[in-house]
Design a protein around this ligand. Structure first.
Ligand code: ADP
Length: 167
């Protein structure tokens, strides 16, 4: 399996799966979540609402992942995962790793071969970029099902450098 690091906007990626750094509500937010819902259009939100009305009534737990349509995005599916909020007193690294592994498992179940990840938890959830890069890159190292390419799509030069340095 190939791991790639690029600088760019994840909503423009023509991959099978785009991973969204969502929040537990699945009903949209800021950052990459807002961008995915804006560009993906109302079908993505409708699919999230349907999940909430069905088996995810309490929302999606931290570290878990679930798929929806990608709506108008060039991708085929969005896999929504909820990153942990960074804590200075508690080590939540396993949860951040779980976001990546569970997203890949969901992607593999869909038959996805190409998966794009943003830098989960490094925005509003304040995870330091260098640490997030280390955890994320380690978490995707094991091949999963048909996935042959994992591409980290980083917003801005600093995020790109953090991931590229550790690849
Ligand atoms: P979280 O709540 O998990 O911290 P954020 O969306 O606030 O999620 O930030 C996660 C990362 O996504 C940040 O590094 C942010 O710069 C980046 N980001 C924001 N918009 C985009 C986008 N369109 N494409 C790729 N990355 C993005």
């Amino acid at each position: 399996m190939e791991i790639e690091v690029v600088e760019g906007d994840i909503t423009e990626q023509a991959v099978d799966v785009v991973v969204n750094a969502a929040n537990s509500s699945l009903l949209g937010g800021g950052g990459v979540d807002g961008a995915i819902h804006r560009r993906g259009g109302p079908e993505v939100l409708a699919a999230c609402r349907a999940l909430r009305a069905a088996h995810l009534g309490g929302g999606l737990g931290v570290g878990q992942a679930v798929a929806t349509t990608a709506g108008r995005l060039p991708a085929k599916w969005v896999v929504h995962t909820v990153g942990p909020v960074h804590s200075a007193t508690e080590d939540r690294s396993e949860l951040l790793a779980a976001c990546h592994r569970n997203s890949l498992l969901v992607a593999a179940e869909l038959g996805a071969e190409t998966v794009a990840f943003p830098a989960i938890s490094t925005g509003v959830y304040r995870w330091p970029l260098e640490s997030a890069a280390e955890i994320a890159l380690a978490a995707v190292r094991e091949p999963v099902g048909p996935v042959r390419l994992v591409r980290f799509v980083l917003f801005g030069a600093a995020a790109h450098r953090a991931f590229a340095d550790r690849l």
